[in-house]
Design a protein around this ligand. Structure first.
Ligand SMILES: [Zn+2]
Ligand SMILES: [Zn+2]
Length: 251
């Protein structure tokens, strides 16, 4: 698959160009100390976190400065790209045939390992952005990321998210969030499809909350498959189920 582009699925509030350029610049400092100058109106319009920080009665509001102490520069750059253009770039995952021809600096690795690593690097970039969006109340971005995960999960040859990725998701996100529910249902969906015993329970590396959610969702997903006239279709995830929409946020 080529470089990912979420433009089609991303909803960026319609700004008038003249309003953007007339807006004051906010200075955003990330974890490593790198600074970014972003039009305030863009930040304030998509996020309650930024509207509180930049329009409230705090010192940082009058100075138009925000320090994001835990946010990595890569993550913030994807966010600001989405803010201005509605798209962001992520790691490219090579097609299987391309992976076969790559050079391995480490001979002990085989191509499936390379592919798995690439997929999980991409998942991690998306997860980090989702965690940032969730923690800073960014409207619309979590749904755009969920859409991208959904597309990846149904792409042939895509690997299953690593235990490490699932652990990171569980320690940084509310367990009711759309992405967590997608990770759970994707696991259930796979075990229905394979018709095998789910091996998730055998892994001591996975969070207990995840195993429990999978255990509880499994019968629901199985039931859906049984009742369906077209079981294969039911196994496809309806990505809208994993969107979080507030009341005044129309899709
Ligand atoms: Zn390889
Ligand atoms: Zn939606």
């Amino acid at each position: 698959m080529a470089t990912n582009d979420v433009s089609k699925n991303t909803k960026v509030p319609g700004h008038e160009f003249s309003k953007i350029v007339a807006s004051p610049m906010a200075t955003i400092t990330v974890k490593c100390g790198k600074q970014y100058y972003i039009h305030e109106i863009l930040l304030v319009n998509v996020s309650k976190y930024f509207s509180n920080a930049l329009e409230g009665n705090f010192k940082e509001a009058s100075e138009k400065k925000v320090h994001l102490e835990t946010v990595e520069s890569d993550t913030f750059e994807r966010f600001s790209s989405w803010l201005y253009t509605g798209t962001f770039k992520t790691t490219e995952v090579k097609e299987k045939s391309e992976v076969k021809n790559d050079n391995h600096s480490d001979n002990s690795k085989n191509c499936n390992d390379c592919r798995s690593e690439q997929c999980n690097n991409l998942y991690r970039e998306l997860l980090d952005l989702y965690i940032f969006a969730d923690g800073h109340a960014i409207n619309g971005l979590p749904n755009a990321i969920v859409d991208q995960f959904g597309t990846l999960f149904i792409t042939p040859g895509t690997v299953f998210p690593s235990d490490d990725l699932i652990r990171t998701a569980y320690s940084n996100l509310p367990h009711t969030s759309g992405l967590i529910r997608l990770l759970v249902d994707d696991r259930c969906r796979w075990s229905c499809k394979e018709g095998e015993e789910d091996d998730a329970e055998s892994s001591a590396e996975l969070p207990l909350a995840y195993l429990l959610q999978v255990y509880l969702r499994q019968p629901v997903i199985l039931d859906r498959v049984k009742k369906s006239e077209n079981p294969k279709r039911t196994l496809r995830l309806d990505i809208e189920d994993y969107h979080d929409h507030s009341e005044n946020d129309r899709h």
